[in-house]
Write a protein that binds this ligand. Sequence first.
Ligand SMILES: Cc1cc2nc3c(=O)[nH]c(=O)nc-3n(C[C@H](O)[C@H](O)[C@H](O)COP(=O)(O)OP(=O)(O)OC[C@H]3O[C@@H](n4cnc5c(N)ncnc54)[C@H](O)[C@@H]3O)c2cc1C
Length: 427
Amino acid sequence: MSGEPKRASLLIVGSGPAAIAAAVTFARYADPSEQCLVLDEMSTSGGQIWRSGSTNGLAKYWLDGMSLPNIHRKQGQVLDVLPQKPGVVFQSPNGETQICLGNDLVLATGARERWIPFPGWTLPGVVGMGGLQAMIKTGLCVANKRVVIAGSGPLMYPVARSVQKAKGKLLLLAEQASFAKLANFTAHLPAYPEKAFEALGYLAKLWKVSSPVGTWVQQAGGEGRLEWVQMTNGKKSWRMECDYLATGCHLIPNIDLARMAGCTIEKDRVKVDSLGQTSRSHLYAIGECTGVGGAERAIAQGIVAGLAAAGQRELSHHQSAALPRWERFVQLLDATFSPRSELLDQIREDTIVCRCEDIPHGKIKPMSCWREAKLQTRLGMGPCQGKVCGPAAKALYGFEPDFPRPPFQPLSAQALFQMYQSENQES
Ligand SMILES: Cc1cc2nc3c(=O)[nH]c(=O)nc-3n(C[C@H](O)[C@H](O)[C@H](O)COP(=O)(O)OP(=O)(O)OC[C@H]3O[C@@H](n4cnc5c(N)ncnc54)[C@H](O)[C@@H]3O)c2cc1C
């Protein structure tokens, strides 16, 4: 373990738009002697959306703010939240663990993709939508490769643009949500002009791509690698040859750290008040861990929490007036892009559900709960620790995952020992 605990006035986990807005606002409004420490496993700030440095004005404004002198950033994984005080156990990339403490702690851990297993989803060539985007950003060549994007949610559109820009052959952009749900979504969009303009921008670029709605993947197949996908709209099915299938069913909040901290969770997201305060004192949650609503909402929440942590309560309350509108947007996204029941019905006995441990549906189906499935089949016991199969098992079997226990990712025995040693010293 590396020495004394690191202390800051404001400690933030994550460095996506929500965290950046909180850090920069705090740095501007708090006393200059107060320090803000930002912890993130990624090497650069920006989170999922600005991870490779965005050129848009909004992103630039906030990313530039991260160079304020009282903001400090450390790269590494947060492994646990301390039970008694606002603080975390942090592991830097060289394996060293350290306690970091703050007067206030902000969790801004974002969201991740949700996958509903279907036959063939573990074949090489079948990837998450965000995964494909990240691989393209980091050098994967998809030029002249045939790409099918089939899933749900607004993330499909930036991913489709990434494929287009990388000169991939985008064969299909299929949304599983029904026409009726999408019509309702579109009818509400004028209340969110920034989102409506963004959507129009994508439509202008993607209008030539075949984009059916109420259409989903039934099966993926190929000899050792993806060669084709079978699509359906519920009335007819057809096969398409392709090199990549990018799929995923909207996003789900990353709530593991908040659950470990004992924060109240409601509807699979961290429950917060109008200032971002969780059920635990001095612990805030902002951004997509409190509901999936896009970068603008994450920034609005970050500003409110940053002001509150800087002691600017009145300003913070004033700014929080913008949040109920975004809360309605979260609910609209959830209602529109929730997985249709047909996605749950097409799984087969031999379809892998837990891909870390290779456990098929047929072995999990007879189990009565997550714990029994874990003990009998090793469901959720692989390297992802249930991050992928947990939400799938909840959707397929109604299993509520167990209370997360630290560390929620595999560690070396030495790091595990250091982690408990440092926690004991602090308690
Ligand atoms: C894969 C993916 C790709 C996306 N791509 C786009 C896009 O192209 N365009 C778009 O408009 N929207 C995109 N989105 C949605 C967009 O990311 C969000 O709307 C926005 O970034 C939310 O901001 P946030 O600050 O809440 O979370 P995020 O931006 O997700 O930031 C969360 C941060 O927390 C860090 N973190 C989480 N847990 C830990 C831990 N235990 N220890 C250390 N660090 C931790 C992560 O590394 C991450 O940097 C994407 C979402 C995902 C999941």
